[in-house]
Ligand binder design. Sequence first.
Ligand code: NCD
Length: 304
Amino acid sequence: MLRNKSVVSINDIGDDELSEIFKTAGDMEKVLRSGRSLELMKGKIMATFFYEPSTRTRLSFESAMQRLGGSVISVSEAKSSSVAKGETLADTVRMAEGYSDIIVIRHPMEGAARLASRFTSKPIVNAGDGSGQHPTQTVLDLYTIRKELGEISGKTITVVGDLRYGRTVHSLVMALSRFNAKVNLVAPPILKMPDHVVSMLPADFHLNMTENLSDVLPETDVLYVTRIQKERFSDPNEYQSVIGSYKINLETVEAMKEKSIIMHPLPRVDEISPDVDSSPKAAYFRQANNGVPVRMAIISLILG
Ligand code: NCD
């Protein structure tokens, strides 16, 4: 179903496709645990273009492809200025088309992955486009919620931090609106969820916006914490004014339900205190580990 498709927005993945990814990722987890090696992607090449810093996303994509028996070629160039122009990106993608079977792109410009997909017939996977979206992170986030709590439907997910520039939460909230979940959006006014994201959500979606985290903690099943995206602020004073807006500590953990979890796409700066890590509720490292099987599933379903 996902075969040969590009994944630029979370909405490029339909409900049936999402279920298929969850199932396949579960199978991939079993393979990984057994230590068996796969040859599913033998002879296939993945090209990765990371024009912005990345640790987890890049490593897990590359590890996923290699675990599937495929190979990886990659470019990472910190200075994004030469590729920020649409034409140059188009040329890069045209070139990569001849060298690879699937192209993974992270780029500082919102819309870059969509633009790239217009210049190639090869599937493009968006690994983060500026403040736009990060669909594969969302799939692994949803996979984590299911694995940790059994299901997504009926759960209350509280998303806190930089909802304005954080691309992971843009994709996540869109995805959650397709499940019967309740979402609390917690942010200071400067960092609230952009209108263009909210306007895409169904009118009957159970969405609550607040600045006050403690009000919504007792009902929260999943506390999804994000980093303030320092690199996206054009005004340093504005950034200064929101530093440390929310700090998750043991007191926060105490205020949460017995069976609830804390997630974070990582990297964290200071928004979750390290002493929270040893709580069973701290699911962020388990979440990061789900990146490989979920990306193995996505790659193998796209490449058939
Ligand atoms: C996130 C990203 O790059 O958007 N990281 C990730 O992919 N796991 C979150 C962030 O950088 O804050």
